[in-house]
Design a binder for this molecule. Structure first.
Ligand code: FAD
Ligand code: NAP
Length: 343
């Protein structure tokens, strides 16, 4: 392991701000993680764990140690006629894992295609897209507590997953390192493939129809989702961003009915007794779509994504986000909540 000093974080997070870490190190094995925790208990510095940096906004230099989890390995632990359980090291990249599972004919992760980031970060905000949340596929999460060095395994239930939320974003925030995630996936065979697919999310079926696929398989679903995402979302390799900056607000039915009096065309999606309102719609209604102030902006194709066109910094993005939150609140009395982790 190589502990470096005053390291630029520009290429280590997807907003691409020019900030520095006082110390930076990559953990390539589990042993690296444990030795780093021993070292850290001697020097008592703030610690920040990162994966691919695709859900992080730095507002300043980080005066501590940044540990990038770079551990690799996928193990097939159990397999029977119908299911497979995989143990995946936290530093594996998310999308190649999805591609591997689709190639193997293991269903479950395909709707989460092309989400940037690492496997270890996926449970933190219970990544989700196109009607699937990773919690549906997680069997358990293995992690180590930073202060005590104690290793623990949490079942799916113990992770308290919610909409873009988990125990790791709440009570355990900043206190643990996830080093391995276990997934349970379904094996496809000639007969069950169609029934395992999740096509109910509008864009998927319309896109399949557009390309003339009437009996889709796992690979088709992955492909159409990748195509839609490439069209709609900025590629961080060219335009700095961290995906959706805000969560979609969840409101009560009563609030929705009251809002409909003034805004009859407000879109909403219900799940159980909760109603989700697309934040992108609220933001667009307030006129922010495509807004740009210097190099900080609101992506024209998807206004939930705030972007760094080149030389913006975290402060400018936060300033813009605050202005957007105020105008959405003034118009709809709804408080937007950032999804991005701000440091
Ligand atoms: P990082 O950004 O490095 O870290 C995120 C948080 O997790 C930080 O608080 C960090 O401290 C913590 N963390 C990271 N790894 C570990 C670990 N091993 N142990 C403990 N803590 C850890 N998200 C979605 O849910 N759905 C989407 O469809 C989606 N699309 C996106 C599209 C784009 C273009 C971009 C840029 C982002 C998108 N995201 C999406 C957000 C992001 O990709 C996910 O949140 C992803 O899981 C972040 O992974 P990461 O490795 O980059 O985490
Ligand atoms: P979209 O399809 O234009 O839909 C806008 C919003 O409406 C989404 O946020 C979605 O909520 C909600 N929605 C649409 N159809 C729905 C349905 N049938 N059932 C329930 N909710 C529905 O969204 P998009 O921006 O192109 O993104 C597509 C998917 O990728 C979404 O699931 C989105 O969450 C995900 N994504 C996430 C990020 C991120 O950084 N978190 C970035 C890009 C894309 P949900 O968000 O809850 O699905």
């Amino acid at each position: 392991m190589h502990l470096e000093q005053n390291v630029s974080l520009k290429s280590l997070h997807t907003f691409g701000f020019d900030v520095k870490a006082r110390y930076y190190v990559e953990a390539k094995t589990k042993e690296d993680i444990y030795s780093l925790l021993n070292y850290r208990s001697m020097i008592r510095m703030p610690i920040l764990i990162i994966g691919a940096g695709s859900n992080i906004l730095f507002t300043k230099d980080f005066e501590g140690i940044i540990i990038r989890i770079h551990t690799k390995g996928i193990t097939v632990r159990e397999v029977d006629e119908e299911q497979v359980i995989l143990s995946v090291q936290a530093g594996e990249s998310w999308d190649p894992l999805v591609a591997y599972c689709v190639d193997q004919g293991w269903a479950g992760l395909e709707n989460l295609s092309l989400i940037p980031g690492t496997v270890g970060a996926a449970p933190i905000q219970n990544i989700g897209a196109y009607g699937t949340e990773v919690k549906d596929l997680i069997e358990s999460v293995h992690f180590v507590e930073i202060e005590s060095g104690e290793e623990r395994t949490f079942s799916r239930e113990a992770c308290h997953f919610g909409y873009r939320d988990s125990i790791f974003k709440q009570a355990f925030k900043g206190k643990i390192i996830i080093d391995e995630v276990h997934f349970r996936l379904q094996k496809i065979n000639g007969e069950n493939e169609t029934s395992l697919l999740r096509l109910e999310y509008g864009d998927i079926s319309s896109e399949l129809e557009k390309v003339g696929i009437s009996k889709p398989g796992l690979k088709d679903v992955r492909e159409v989702i990748c195509n839609i995402r490439r069209r709609k979302l900025p590629d961080p390799a060219f335009i700095g961003n961290a995906g959706s900056f805000f969560k979609n607000p969840v409101i009560s039915n009563h609030t929705l009915e009251a809002l409909k009096q003034q805004h009859p065309d407000i879109p909403s999606f219900s799940s159980g007794d909760q109603i989700k309102v697309p934040a992108a719609w609220l933001i667009s209604q307030c006129g922010w779509k495509g807004f740009r102030d210097g190099d900080a902006g609101v992506y024209p194709e998807q206004p939930l994504v705030l972007v760094n066109y080149g030389q913006a910094d975290g402060g400018q993005l936060i300033h813009l986000a605050n202005k957007m939150m105020r105008s959405v609140y003034n118009r709809f009395r709804i408080t937007l909540e950032p999804e991005v982790n701000i440091f």
